[in-house]
Design a protein around this ligand. Sequence first.
Ligand SMILES: [Cu+2]
Length: 152
Amino acid sequence: MKKQIFIISALIFAFLVGILVIGGKSVIFVGSESDTEEFQDAPMMSRDLDTEEPEVINGYQIVEIEVKPKSYSPIIVIKDIPVKFNLHAEESNITECNNAIVIPEFDIEMPITPGDNIVEFTPTETGVFPYTCWMDMIKSTITVVDTMEGIQ
Ligand SMILES: [Cu+2]
């Protein structure tokens, strides 16, 4: 009788230890998986990306960015020179979120389609002006300066 109780107790103990080990592993696994997801979801802000600078050709400053699923690169342009801003997009990078941009300062709303998407405006004041996706989730900036001297 005592022997049976001992065996049953030992089995219950082994069972509980097994649950703890398996449970502990799955907690660690879930933890590391959600860290990865968080990292992938993080870059909604575009401020950590490289700022794209213009090239002046035939009186226009041409500046191009590559539209990403969760970011638009910031750009910098010079005051009083007409801008051609190309938001180039690969079809596979276009989402329900990034498929249209808004630039309030220049009263611009434009859909993003596969290939080149060129926005034209002429900045007349220096400053930092936001541009965003149509739902205001992806945020980026257009910086307008008097001169590019000292920036490069
Ligand atoms: Cu969006």
